[in-house]
Design a protein around this ligand. Structure first.
Ligand SMILES: N[C@@H](CCC(=O)N[C@@H](CS)C(=O)NCC(=O)O)C(=O)O
Length: 219
């Protein structure tokens, strides 16, 4: 079997890179990490050699390149059906995939006003602006619905960890970093993500990174 290489950007900032990295690490799917330091030196030229969009993440697998975080998660779920990356139950899987697609395509205001920054602990109460409440209300309602309908088997949206949690993990960090008050169900869910060993491993590496990027540059 060909080995996987996951091309990622700076762990402090690259919310899209976090998604497949977290899923692969949590699922125990081995991969080699190919780090590209974003917005430094010839990073675009380096990235252009492996990424059709000149963005991260990209999964390289033999002569296959998979880009877009959600497509990478789907590719992994297809190739590793034993890992439960999507819920087995049809209704749960439909909702998990819808929620993941909604995340991939949306929550733009939240993403713009609250860029991921795992190192900063001085941003509580910041990042507010027009349209934020609508995004926060929607994402928290969605998390509550997933938990209430399908979460009985564990602490994640669909009980056990799935790709849906990988997609929302950066939002969990943003609401935490910017000090958004959460209802008990969402607070408990957030803690489940923030304390999972794979996330802690990513965050520890992010805290070691010395580089500072203008957050307006990155999504
Ligand atoms: N829709 C893409 C978004 C990828 C993306 O925007 N990645 C950012 C880093 S988090 C990036 O590569 N930015 C570099 C640039 O836009 O030039 C995905 O889901 O993977």
């Amino acid at each position: 079997m060909d080995a996987y290489t996951l091309v990622i950007g700076n762990k402090n900032y690259s919310s899209w890179s976090l998604r497949p990295w977290l899923a692969m690490t949590q699922a125990g799917i081995p991969f080699t990490e190919h780090f590209v330091r974003l917005f430094h030196g010839d990073w675009r030229a380096e990235l252009a050699k492996v990424s059709p969009t000149v963005k991260v993440p990209v999964l390289l697998h033999g002569d296959v390149a998979v880009w877009e975080s959600l497509a990478i998660l789907d590719y992994l779920a297809d190739r590793h059906p034993d890992k439960g990356l999507w819920p087995a139950d049809d209704a749960a899987r439909a909702m998990a995939r819808s929620a993941a697609a909604e995340m991939h395509a949306g929550f733009t205001t939240l993403r713009n006003l609250m860029p991921m920054n795992l190192r900063r602990d001085d941003l509580k109460g910041r990042g507010r602006g027009p349209g934020l409440d609508k995004d926060v209300d929607r994402v928290t309602a969605l998390w509550r619905e997933c938990r209430e309908r399908f979460g009985a088997g564990g602490p994640f949206l669909f009980g056990a960890f799935t790709n849906a949690d990988a997609m929302f993990a950066p939002v969990v960090t943003r609401l935490d970093t910017y000090g958004v008050d959460l209802d008990p169900v969402c607070a408990e869910y957030s803690q489940a993500v923030l304390t999972m060993p794979a996330f802690k491993q990513w965050k520890a590496a992010a805290l070691e990174e010395p580089w500072i990027i203008d957050e307006d540059e990155i999504d």
